[in-house]
Every structure is written in C-alpha cells, then in structure tokens.
Design a protein around this ligand. Structure first.
Ligand code: 6PG
Length: 223
C-alpha cells in the first residue's frame, strides 16, 4: 500500500520530498486550475518547506491549508502556522492561505474550518508528519477524535502539548488524492518498522489508517 522513498540522510530526504511535492503539484495543475494542499506542523518539515519555497512553481495557482493547529493565541511561537509562514508562506508573493482559527477554541475553530474544507474537498495533496506514537496531524492513538467523522475535528487531551488542537479528520485525510509523509530520526524507527512490516501493533495506528502514503524517510528511521 505505501511507497517508501529512503534517502541517505535528512537533508536528502527533505530535498527528495520537496521534489516529489513539486511534481505532484505540477501534475494536479496539468488537470485543474488550482491545487489545494495541506501542510504539516512540527519540526521535521521546516527544511523541506524551505526548499519548496525555492522552486519555480506557479504559486498563484496554489491554495494552502493546515493539517492541524494547536489551540494557542495567534502569533504564538508554537503555532504551526507561525512555522509555515516563516519557512514558506512569507517567501511567496501574496499566497492564498487558509489558517485554522485555533485561537477561537477547538470546537468553534473546527466548525469554522470545516466550512473551508467542505467547500473544496477532496484536498489534492496532504503533506503530513508522524509522531513517535504513530499519530499524524493531531489524530492521536486512542483519542476520541479518531472516530469523529467530521471533515475537521476538535481534539482534546492531546499527549503532545498543547492538549487542545484542531485537526483535519480521518475522512479528510483518507479522501485526499495524495498523501506524503516526511519522517526522520531514530525515535521514529520503531514505529516505522511496525508499519513497514505490517505488524499487529501497526494496524490501528492513526498514521496507518489514512490510506496509501508516499513516505520520505532517511536511514536513521531504519533502526
Ligand atoms: C504538531 C504536528 C504533528 C507533527 C508530529 C511530528 O502539531 O506537532 O501536527 O502531527 O507533525 O508530531 O512532529 P515533529 O516533526 O516535530 O517530529
């Protein structure tokens, strides 16, 4: 089901992922006028996004979304949209970005963002991260949000701070045309081994429930 792209190191994996996303964007734009793409939070994607910003893409034909957002005040240093603006959007001329208004609280923000996503679903490309526990976006193992069928869901009691978040729902991730994950580091090697070997522990993991994924990993993830 998954496609594994294994690079020598993190820099190469970031470059390979950025090249792949560029190609996927161009493929979408050969079929339609706009490409709707959701981006990840966390630390891993920063270099990849910075490399993507250097590409010669028709930026005005891209529409940007987030896979998830942390319920923190606007402009807070730990917000995903702050990282995304810093690494990518601030380097583009007037990008069309739909941020998640997580400062309104998880429930209200999920309702508001659901209208944005439902207006354009399915997303063309969803670029995600993976946590060491097998979460993706803000869909964490054993969390009630996993079984919430809304297109955008409120998340509480996240084991990764902050506890309250907003996430694209599982159905939105499953319905996206292409899913890409960039992962690196020994801390993720165990989970990636479970997924690559399709062990019983891997079956119910959120990251392993979204559908086929183009994985970009480096050799630190191979244990
Ligand atoms: C977040 C992200 C989360 C992240 C993974 C991996 O809010 O942190 O949405 O899903 O992608 O936890 O994070 P790292 O890239 O920092 O390891």
């Amino acid at each position: 089901m998954h496609n594994w792209h294994i690079s020598e190191d993190f820099e190469q994996a970031s470059k390979d992922a950025a090249d792949f996303i560029e190609q996927q964007i161009l493929s979408v734009l050969s079929q339609q006028a706009k490409c709707h793409i959701a981006l990840p939070g966390g630390n891993t994607p920063a270099r990849c996004l910075s490399l993507l910003a250097e590409k010669g893409l028709p930026w005005q034909q891209l529409v940007w979304y987030l896979g998830d957002e942390r319920c923190l005040p606007e402009g807070h240093a730990e917000r995903n949209d702050v990282m995304l603006k810093q690494q990518l959007w601030s380097r583009l001329e007037s990008p069309e970005v739909h941020v998640i208004p997580a400062e309104r609280g998880a429930e209200q923000a999920a309702q508001d963002y659901q209208r944005v996503i439902d207006a354009i679903a399915p997303l063309d490309i969803v670029f995600l991260g993976m946590g060491e526990d097998g979460h993706t976006a803000s869909l964490f193992p054993d969390n009630p949000a996993l079984s919430d069928t809304h297109s955008v869901v409120a998340v509480h009691n996240s084991p990764k701070p902050p506890p309250d978040r907003v996430s694209l729902g599982m159905t939105t991730l499953q319905n996206a045309r292409v899913r890409v994950i960039l992962a690196s580091g020994e801390g993720k090697a165990g989970m990636i081994s479970h997924i690559r070997n399709n062990t019983p522990e891997a079956v119910a993991l959120p990251v392993n429930s979204v559908g086929a994924i183009h994985w970009f990993i480096d050799k630190t993830c191979l244990g």
